[in-house]
Write a protein that binds this ligand. Structure first.
Ligand SMILES: [Zn+2]
Length: 409
């Protein structure tokens, strides 16, 4: 790939700088000559840029590679990112919980916390989330001036360019200026990036699961929680952070004229396979006097996903039927996503799949509905659900954007 060509020298220079920084980020510690080889740039271009990155303290020499021959002259020094040179904040704001983390440039968490508690009032929820950012900074002894970027993510439809949450139907939050509201509350003048929370997890996968992603050119991140989303991602060192789109996969109609969905339609994937749908259906079973094991486990209160999975494990036939239908419909949807988009790899995060029996069943149903002629080699990885993965993903997104827009001033 050539980056030096073009008619706008400033833009070419910025693109070169960003490509060099991303290559060091992904492949470091790395030799200057290897960066040149990977990017198709000249060694002097690499050296000039790396020297200025070193002068700014974001890149350093980390030793030298052993000589491969006895006659080697100067040893080639390896360069790498300086982890403590930049810091990023990640925030996930949901109705029932908020999570915040503070990462260094390498993505190591210096601080990560969640706070539980339903808060349907948007402004109050935002206040609570921003107070958590303040606590994270003071716990790490950092001021706002040391934060290179903030990433924030939420469920729902997000306009990433404007940093606006367009709609979050289940909470009646519409047209919320997330970027502006965070900036005003914490007084932060730097970059604030806003994303859907499944897309943020896809950014997190790119940063934290490089080995699992391997050389997959594209991957999908299926995230099941209150809703269902499945962003597709281009996965190359240069296009790092290219989340193509979340898609409204949760509102794919799986059962024409089926169960009502929060979007107003009927038969959507979310109406069967999201946590919300499984819990609603289990609640209905309890009201009918069914699901005896689940009834004992939740003692009259509303069930949670852990109790549902335990009841399934302990042989509650009513709960098992609900979960099996959720997995069946999801399996058909996953096969359709793969038949259509053909990602090399699909990561799946959802509480339903804490039980191996459920992911085994899912893979079986996918196998029955996957068009082998289209894409026989899609690989599936089940990701353990983590309450902090949204905040970590949002911070990872801020790091990706930082690498993407690196311009030396
Ligand atoms: Zn729907």
């Amino acid at each position: 790939m050539q980056f030096e060509q073009g008619t706008n020298p400033a833009r070419v220079k910025a693109a070169n700088q960003s490509a060099i920084l991303k290559t060091i980020y992904h492949c470091g510690p790395i030799k200057r000559s290897e960066i040149a080889g990977r990017l198709g740039l000249t060694l002097p271009t690499i050296t000039t840029n790396v020297n200025s990155m070193m002068a700014r303290g974001i890149v350093r020499e980390t030793g030298s590679e052993p000589s491969s021959t006895r006659f080697a002259g100067r040893k080639a020094h390896l360069v790498d990112i300086v982890p403590g040179s930049r810091h990023f904040v990640g925030l996930e704001i949901q109705g029932a919980r908020r999570a915040v983390c503070l990462l260094d440039y390498r993505g190591r968490a210096l601080y990560a916390r969640e706070s539980l508690g339903e808060q349907r009032d948007y402004d109050r929820n935002m206040d609570m989330a921003c107070e958590m950012v303040g606590r994270a900074l003071s716990a790490c002894g950092l001021g706002l001036e040391s934060i290179a970027g903030i990433g924030a993510c939420l469920p729902g439809l997000v306009d990433t360019r404007r940093g606006v949450l367009e709609v979050r139907p289940s909470y009646s939050w519409t047209h919320k200026d997330i970027r502006g509201d965070i900036a005003a509350r914490i007084g932060y003048p730097g970059p604030i990036h806003v994303e859907n929370n499944a897309c943020a997890r896809a950014y997190g996968a790119q940063l934290f699961r490089r080995e699992a992603l391997g050389d997959a050119q594209t991957f999908a991140y299926l995230f099941l929680s209150q809703g269902i989303a499945c962003p597709l991602v281009l996965n190359t060192a240069i296009d790092f952070g290219s989340v193509v789109g979340a898609g409204e996969v949760g509102h794919m109609v799986m059962v024409p004229n089926g169960a009502p969905c929060s979007c107003g339609n009927r038969g959507c994937l979310e109406a069967y396979s999201s946590d919300t749908a499984v819990l609603r259906r289990c609640g209905e079973a309890l009201e009918r006097g069914d699901a005896p094991v689940l009834r004992r486990l939740c003692g009259g209160g509303p069930p949670d996903m852990e109790q549902v999975l335990t009841a399934q494990e302990e042989g509650d036939a009513d709960v098992a039927a609900i979960v099996e239908e959720a997995v069946y419909i999801l399996g058909v949807a996953v096969a359709n996503i793969n038949n259509f988009a053909c990602p090399s790899l699909m990561l799946i995060e959802g509480k339903l799949f804490c039980r191996p029996a459920n992911w085994e069943r899912l893979l079986k149903i996918v196998g029955c509905n996957l068009c082998g002629a289209v894409h026989p080699a899609t690989q599936f990885i089940f990701v353990e659900p983590d309450p902090l993965s949204g905040a970590m993903g949002a911070a990872a997104m801020a790091i990706c954007k930082d690498l993407e827009t690196y311009i030396e001033l």
